[in-house]
Design a protein around this ligand. Structure first.
Ligand SMILES: [Zn+2]
Length: 278
């Protein structure tokens, strides 16, 4: 079954991973800007990374007939550094016209500090001003509930940013309801060991339905699984969910969300999908 992975840090992945994803049905990925595992020392370091995301990765993906789109932003982990954050934010607008740039992300909170909230708020403002889609990271473990609440509180201060243009990612059982209730899209990022498993994601879809829910594999440099979405598909099938429902979650939902950007092009052969016809 064809699918789109909306949260895949492909810079951390080998070409073999692209090949395996293509073989398993992946037709497009979107890659949010992220922490490299170490703190960058200058704003120039971020600009080099943005070049990698906008110039190099689309070509690498294209060799496997996978479309590659990206999100630019100051990631939550480094956003506590206000000096670099302010400089990076000043430079972001000049990159937003790039043909594969869909919006601002992943932004949000990590340890929920005052500095992080300031950087996050400025990026929500930037997205509103430049009419960008938004992809938000929510903190893990004990900070998740509090962090998700503050994340939503800040978003609600910007009524010009339509909730339907925002993905609040890394949702879990105790946060998914609030995200959906406010009209945002909920991202379920699947991990092999920690965080949400394929089983838990299917449980949530059984409970809340498929509307405005997206699933992704993260594909980062830590323990993560480039084939997480196909494994989610397998779990859906094991529980005897219909192909129509599965396709809705893994293909039509991302198409519906991403098509809000005029830069998103429907992958070849998908003109007949339900989402494309709407
Ligand atoms: Zn991420």
């Amino acid at each position: 079954m064809r699918y789109i992975d909306h949260h895949a840090h492909m810079v951390s992945r080998t070409t073999d991973d692209y090949a395996a994803m293509a073989l398993s049905g992946c037709v497009a990925v979107t890659e949010p800007a992220f922490w490299a595992g170490w703190d960058r020392s200058t704003a120039d370091g971020f600009e080099d990374y943005f070049k990698q995301l906008t110039e190099f990765e689309p070509k690498r993906a294209a060799q496997h007939h996978i479309q590659h789109y990206t999100w630019l932003g100051m990631n939550p982990k480094e956003s506590d550094n206000r000096q670099i954050s302010v400089e990076v934010l000043r430079r972001i607008p000049r990159h937003l016209d790039g043909p594969t740039v869909l919006g601002i992300g992943e932004i949000g909170l990590n340890r929920v500090t005052r500095n992080e909230i300031a950087t996050y708020t400025e990026q929500v403002e930037l997205a509103t001003q430049f009419r960008q889609l938004v992809l938000i990271h929510t903190p893990h473990l004990e900070d998740k509930l509090k962090g998700t609440r503050i994340t939503i509180d800040v978003l609600r201060r910007y009524p010009d940013l339509a909730p339907g243009r925002v993905i609040v990612d890394h949702a879990e059982e105790h946060t998914v309801e609030a995200i959906l209730e406010h009209g945002y899209w909920a991202g379920l990022t699947l991990y092999p060991q920690t965080k949400v498993s394929a089983q838990r994601a299917v449980d949530m879809i059984e409970k809340y339905g498929p509307d405005r829910i997206l699933v992704a594999g993260a594909c980062d440099w830590g323990p993560s699984e480039p084939l997480a979405v196909p494994k989610f598909i397998a779990e859906m099938r094991r529980r005897r969910h219909s192909d129509a429902l599965i396709q809705r979650v893994v293909l039509e939902n991302p198409i519906r969300f991403l098509s809000q950007s005029p830069k998103f092009k429907l992958p070849a052969g998908l003109e007949d999908t339900v989402a494309a016809r709407q």
